[in-house]
Design a binder for this molecule. Structure first.
Ligand code: HEC
Length: 454
């Protein structure tokens, strides 16, 4: 008898303990949202105008205002949506288990506190980073008027005078990695594809008149690449590590198109001259032509030969140049492949360029399309006459791989950047180095870091 009393007491205590155990927003609730909800409720896709990716956003609520009342689950829209015979949320997929619903209820009963650690809250920097060694350069772009050179940094894009003499602005953003940079044709916007790998991709749209962040849209839950503006700059396209291609409205971030016929990472996107079609290049070896108005797949324009790492469009014509994993670059007419025959199944191929010693990471046309600059694993960038695929110059002096090349918009000056963190400007047709410099302010670091820089 006595024993039984003690036993039931112990049990009661145990039950009490389970119910009182504080529920952690970050460790318990967030993983449920991530799995079952965030696909429709994130900054790039605000179903019900609700973002569930941060505590702050959850507090803000959606179309019907605040989604929970701390201490009062019965008056919390969030609970209403996930409970009942046929819970309305998640809108698709399996409903939450009873335990999960109970857990979220308990979190609200306990006061709905935020315990997200500061390190996970935001990746935003309050001031520009300090560099002790030059950061690897992954992206470069000249403004259409030729006055400004945009350079990728860590968490930022640096704007320099075109000749590199003066640091004009530092555009700080949330993404640690800047994967790709492009100006809209009218020069009003600078578009940035940024990433926090395995966390998010981010499209940043900077206003070039004020150097302020006009819009920032999170897309995908992994890296994004190869950003390009439509000719009228009302839309941007990106390629994604999740194998999709997306077109986003610049004004409100609405996802207009999600194309998922690639089977590997998509590194490049570009628009045809008339803005009606989109061309994408992927590690799956294909360049796919897509109807930009409805996302319909038109055709692979090329024979599949090697993973495609970078693409560039001729400035005036529907011709694309790609750089491949095997070190080869080729140019193609951007057109469907209907004429293919057994004898010649690469009908759009125009030219094949001399093979580089390693993968090609960067490719760019000059202002009139007569020159093509190609760089990659090898320490030199080669410049070719694009029509004949004849080499006209080799740009030497790099130490390490090249990840970005960009021609000036009015001259044949070419800027190159990559692993060594140094920008080099060349007179591309002559192969002459004009100047070289580190684009970021460097802090003199402790001895060990100086050694690394040397
Ligand atoms: C497949 C997409 C999808 C998924 C997944 C999804 N939702 Fe929703 N959610 C919607 C849509 C769409 C609405 C807008 C209302 C409607 O059409 O029912 C909405 C509305 C809501 C609202 C109301 C917001 C307001 O203020 O009107 C809440 C709360 C909500 N969802 C919570 C959740 C939770 C919690 C989950 C995960 C358990 C979830 N949703 C998963 C699509 C989704």
């Amino acid at each position: 008898m006595k024993l039984r009393v003690i036993l039931s007491l112990v049990c009661a205590v145990a039950v009490l303990r389970a119910e009182d155990k504080p529920v952690s927003f970050y460790n318990d609730v967030v993983p449920i949202f991530k799995r079952s909800c965030n696909g429709c409720h994130h900054p790039g896709k605000l179903k019900g105008q609700l973002d569930l990716t941060t505590y702050e956003a959850l507090v803000k609520g959606g179309k019907h205002g605040v989604s929970f009342k701390a201490g009062d689950p019965k008056n919390s829209l969030l609970i209403e949506e996930i409970t009942g015979e046929e819970p309305s949320m998640p809108k698709e997929g399996d409903p939450l288990t009873k335990d999960e619903v109970a857990l979220i209820e308990r979190w609200i009963v306990q006061g709905a506190k935020d315990d997200t650690p500061a390190s996970a809250k935001s990746l935003k920097l309050s001031e520009p980073p300090t560099y002790v060694v030059p950061p690897v350069i992954s992206a470069l772009a000249f403004s259409p008027d030729g006055k400004i050179l945009a350079v990728s940094g860590y968490h930022e894009v640096l704007l320099l005078e075109a000749d590199g003499t003066n640091l004009l602005a530092r555009l700080l953003g949330e993404s640690p990695r800047i994967e790709s940079l492009t100006y809209s044709a009218d020069g009003r916007f600078l578009g940035v594809a940024g990433s926090a790998p395995a966390r998010f991709g981010e499209i940043q749209i900077w206003n070039t008149a004020s150097n302020t962040l006009e819009k920032a849209y999170k897309v995908s839950t992994d890296s994004i690449y190869g950003i390009s503006f439509s000719p009228s700059a009302d839309r941007v396209a990106i390629g994604c590590a999740d194998k999709t291609v997306r077109i986003i409205a610049v004004a409100d971030g609405k996802e207009l198109l999600k194309f998922d016929s690639h089977s590997d990472w998509v590194f490049g996107t570009l628009w045809t001259v008339d803005g009606k079609r989109l061309l994408t290049g992927s590690r799956d070896q294909a360049m796919k032509l897509i109807d930009a108005s409805n996302g319909q797949f038109i055709d692979d324009i090329n024979k599949l030969i090697e993973p495609i790492l970078c693409i560039a469009r001729h400035p005036k014509e529907d011709i694309v140049a790609y750089g491949g994993e095997l070190g080869i670059s080729r140019t193609y007419k951007i057109s469907d492949n209907q004429g293919r025959t057994a004898a010649n199944n690469d009908v759009n191929l125009r030219k094949t360029f001399e093979r580089l010693p390693g993968p090609v990471h960067a490719i760019a046309y000059n202002k009139d399309g007569s020159l093509l600059a190609i760089g990659g694993a090898g320490p030199e960038v080669r410049v070719f006459n694009s029509g004949e695929a004849k080499r006209v110059a080799a740009l030497k002096g790099h130490s390490g791989a090249i990840f970005a090349v960009a021609f000036h918009t009015q001259t044949n000056l070419l800027v190159t950047g990559g692993f060594d963190g140094t920008l080099r400007i060349y007179e591309a047709s002559k192969g002459e180095l004009v100047c070289s410099f580190v684009p970021v302010p460097l802090k003199v670091g402790p001895p060990i870091q100086q050694a690394a820089a040397n």
